[in-house]
Design a protein around this ligand. Structure first.
Ligand SMILES: Nc1ncnc2c1ncn2[C@@H]1O[C@H](COP(=O)(O)OP(=O)(O)O)[C@@H](O)[C@H]1O
Ligand SMILES: [Mg+2]
Length: 282
């Protein structure tokens, strides 16, 4: 029904990892549960000195409450533009966005964002960085302090509360950024290549922690990466994007239980399938 109303709504290719023949079954988007956030036929045009650039062209995507969706694609395919739209930082040139069944027009506390760069205030301690979001919410000082401690504990950093960002490792800084993004109790956590600059061992740990946190909080996550393994490890669905113009080529449902294991042959088959789709469309 939904697909009939939205003829351009993306389809989800449900890849069957048990089959060596890579049988790809197409499942229509009407089988997605009720959306928390929805982008409908969204395009974004940037006019620059050198001409116009369709950063995104006719993208439709729903994220269900509690769902973990990864987006993967080469640099310049519009991943950040899409995330900025879902955050409410950037308005589409065409198409519509909705959040909780209401038009999405601006940023709000119901959406938390974690950027690739450590977007922390260098002059504030870990605790004060987290408190910053709570202050915006109008929480009083004592409550802020307690809540910041709870959030730092949640990301395993209670002991680093009084450290400044420059005193902490990249992984610790990103944990603080996650704690700060969670301060406003968002329903949707938007993460733009948050672990890209982090060493491989720490990155694996952060991925495991993120899955635990996501399960515990029951929130939705939209996670951008250009690492296929990361996408298969984390996402319930993986959105494969391509550039010029930026669009969705395929949405792969990753039907594996958590915690996932990289050495699992089914994991390897999803990896191979996405890498093929990625190479084909990039
Ligand atoms: N503010 C902007 N002004 C002009 N062009 C932009 C702007 N932001 C992004 N772009 C262009 O839009 C395209 C998509 O960018 P982006 O969303 O950052 O892609 P990704 O995150 O996948 O690398 C790129 O070609 C980029 O150069
Ligand atoms: Mg980007």
């Amino acid at each position: 029904m939904y697909a009939a109303l939205n003829p351009t709504a993306p389809t989800t290719a449900s890849f069957d990892p048990a089959s060596d023949h890579a049988a790809t079954r197409i499942v229509h988007a009407d089988q997605q549960p009720q959306a928390l956030v929805s982008a409908r036929n969204v395009s974004k045009l940037y006019a620059t000195a050198t001409g116009v650039n369709w950063a995104l062209d006719d993208v439709s995507l729903d994220i269900a409450p509690g769902e973990f969706v990864c987006a993967i694609g080469a640099s310049g395919c519009g991943k950040t533009t899409l995330l900025n739209m879902l955050a409410g930082f950037v308005a589409p040139s065409q198409g519509t966005l909705s959040f909780n069944n209401a038009p999405l027009r601006a940023a709000g506390p119901d959406r938390g964002v974690v950027f690739q760069e450590y977007a922390l205030f260098p002059w504030l301690t870990a605790r004060r960085n987290v408190e910053f979001g709570l202050r915006l919410n109008g929480m009083d000082r004592k409550a802020r302090r307690l809540e910041a401690e709870r959030l730092l504990e949640l990301v395993g950093l209670a002991r680093a509360a009084d450290s400044y960002p420059f005193e902490l490792s990249g992984g610790m800084r990103q944990r603080i950024a996650v704690a700060r993004a969670l301060a406003t109790k968002p329903k949707l956590l938007l993460m733009d290549e948050p672990f890209a600059a982090i060493d491989a061992l720490t990155r694996t740990m952060l991925q495991e922690e993120l899955i635990k946190l996501w399960k515990e909080l029951g929130i939705s996550v939209f996670f951008i990466t250009h690492n296929i393994e990361e996408a298969v490890f984390l996402g319930q669905r993986v959105v494969v994007m391509s550039a010029h113009p930026g669009c969705i080529k395929e949405i792969v449902k990753v039907d594996l239980p958590y915690p996932r294991h990289r050495e699992d042959p089914q994991f390897g088959r999803y990896y191979a399938h996405i890498s093929e789709a990625f190479a084909h469309h990039a």
